[in-house]
Design a protein around this ligand. Structure first.
Ligand SMILES: Cc1cc2nc3c(=O)[nH]c(=O)nc-3n(C[C@H](O)[C@H](O)[C@H](O)COP(=O)(O)OP(=O)(O)OC[C@H]3O[C@@H](n4cnc5c(N)ncnc54)[C@H](O)[C@@H]3O)c2cc1C
Length: 482
């Protein structure tokens, strides 16, 4: 798809929509296209801030008439690869949010973040299936499956969607449910932004009571004992419990509290829903695994999910790489300690194992597009992408991946895949049958590849490592692509 937009075309777009249109020359353009991940600088030809579904529909029709590619962004938390050219539709003004406390359901517009849902649901004693941070967009997260904190008990967020409203490449707004357009419904629950722009979504909420959660910080020197204990403990947990272990090299910055600032620590994250005494008792083996620096576990309010992982809440320049593991035996533990253990000068800020299994391992209706459900752990690395260390990150990630490859699952989670480097990598989140179905639907619904940015199927990609090299050799600032 090529872009063909003249000055009068832009005026025509402005006349057909209610939200603001920005060209790169406009002062609001940079803010409109800015992503949470500061290492990615999107460079569309035009940006449009949609106010509602009609706006999205009009903009998509306008772009279709001109053969212009279209991308979508809500928060930019998933901005692992840059958008280049075309029309970027920003959904951040689409903030419709309502909750039906009796039915225990929520309806969100495309720009709503988890924080808003969690806060409103909490007033009714309910909760949604958010992940490690409530700062991400509900729609983008769920279109990628959505791996929640309590996923072992409830499954993926996408397992609990009731309806999507989506504008497809023909500009038509469709309501998609299990019974209305069931194939599209199947594909949207993990198929990411391949098939259109979701304008609203309805989904189930859950009782938000009886939560026990938080984190325990150990000095990094205890990594071998803590990892050893975690390997035995985590797989024995009941489905009510979720756990993850992170090797964290915390920056010497004010945003990090003093005992942890500038330190290498091991962060055990834990969440349980059920009997609180059982929750505390289950955690004991990990509390005893090594002397800890800080224990911040205990009863948790359903609006305080962010306190478990303590993810950054300010935009940061990061490069990410994730994959899945089928096991965490001694060879994998040894590899992790070789790359991230005490005494290692690793540029990786966060290397995180998340326990999978339980309800995550099976689709709620037996049919599924989320690849890698059968994996035992999700493994994710994130590193601050600033020169000069940014230069070494791709090879560091590759070396870790190579060492863990014997235990790696064939799939990845699209939300936690990180930067993709080629077409094969871009499509890796989907297994062969799911990929075939996605390609077939894409050929029918988006035959001209209007939606060609991010994790979409069947298209060539720009090599991110080349872009990285460009920045490094140009002695650039914290920008990976331009
Ligand atoms: C700190 C941090 C913690 C995270 N924790 C988790 C976690 O625990 N579990 C988990 O599953 N994921 C997690 N993620 C990943 C996150 O879910 C994805 O990055 C997700 O894409 C974020 O969605 P967004 O809309 O906020 O991001 P955006 O960057 O705005 O969107 C990302 C992509 O989602 C698609 N998309 C967004 N909106 C629409 C729409 N309206 N219609 C169609 N496609 C759309 C597009 O492909 C877009 O490129 C985390 C990410 C970060 C940065």
């Amino acid at each position: 798809m090529q872009s063909h937009a003249s000055f009068s075309d832009v005026s025509e777009l402005q006349l057909s929509v209610r939200g603001p249109v920005f060209t790169p020359a406009d002062s609001g353009f940079a803010a409109e296209v800015a992503a949470f991940n500061l290492s990615t600088q999107h460079q569309p030809d035009l940006a449009f801030g949609a106010l509602d579904a009609e706006d999205v529909s009009a903009a998509v029709r306008w772009a279709a008439e001109r053969g212009m590619p279209v991308s979508v962004q809500s928060t930019g938390h998933g901005a692992t690869n840059a958008i280049e050219g075309g029309l970027l539709i920003s959904t951040r003004r689409m903030l419709e949010l309502s909750i039906d406390p009796l039915e225990k359901t929520a309806r969100v517009g495309a720009g709503v973040r988890w924080k808003a849902v969690v806060d409103l649901a909490g007033t009714f004693g309910l909760m949604g299936l958010c992940g490690s941070t409530t700062d991400v967009g509900v729609v983008g997260y769920t279109l990628g499956g959505g791996l929640p904190i309590l996923g072992r008990k409830y499954g993926f967020a996408s397992d609990h969607v009731i309806a999507f409203e989506i504008v497809t490449a023909d500009g038509v707004l469709r309501r998609v449910t299990k019974d209305e357009d069931s194939e599209l419904f199947f594909l949207l629950r993990g198929g990411k932004g391949n098939l259109g722009i979701v304008t609203a979504m309805e989904f189930h909420l859950f009782q938000g009571s009886d939560l026990y959660a938080g984190g325990i910080y150990f000095d990094g020197e205890h990594a071998p004992e803590v990892l050893q204990a975690f390997r035995g403990w985590a797989p024995s947990l009941p489905v009510e419990a979720s756990a993850s272990l992170a090797f964290l090299r915390l920056p010497d910055m004010e945003m990090v509290p003093p005992p942890l600032r500038g330190k290498f620590v091991i962060h055990l994250r834990y969440a349980y829903q059920g009997d609180l005494a059982t929750a505390a008792e289950l955690l004991e083996p990990m509390r005893r695994s090594a002397p800890f620096m800080m224990d911040a576990t205990g009863p948790l309010d359903a609006t305080a999910f962010d306190s478990i992982h303590q993810d950054p809440d300010q935009p940061v320049p990061v490069l990410e790489h994730g994959f899945l593991l089928d096991r965490l035996d001694e060879p994998e533990a040894d590899a992790l300690l070789r790359h991230f253990g005490p005494g290692v000068d690793s540029p990786v800020l966060l290397a995180e194992l998340r326990l999978l299994g339980g309800a995550l391992a099976k689709s709620s209706d037996g049919d599924d597009i989320v690849g890698g459900r059968d994996a035992a752990f999700s493994f994710f690395m994130g590193a601050i992408a600033v020169p000069p260390r940014v230069e070494m990150l791709p090879s560091v990630f590759n070396a870790v991946h190579e060492d863990l490859r014997p235990a790696a699952n064939a799939g990845t989670f699209v939300n936690l895949h990180g930067h993709f480097v080629d077409s094969e990598d871009r499509e890796r989140p989907w297994r062969a049958t799911a990929l075939d179905r996605l390609r077939k639907a894409k050929a029918e619904l988006d035959p001209h590849n209007m939606f060609s940015f991010g994790h979409v199927v069947g298209l060539p990609v720009i090599d991110q490592t080349v872009l990285l090299q460009d920045v490094v050799t140009a002695g650039g600032d914290a920008v990976l692509s331009s």
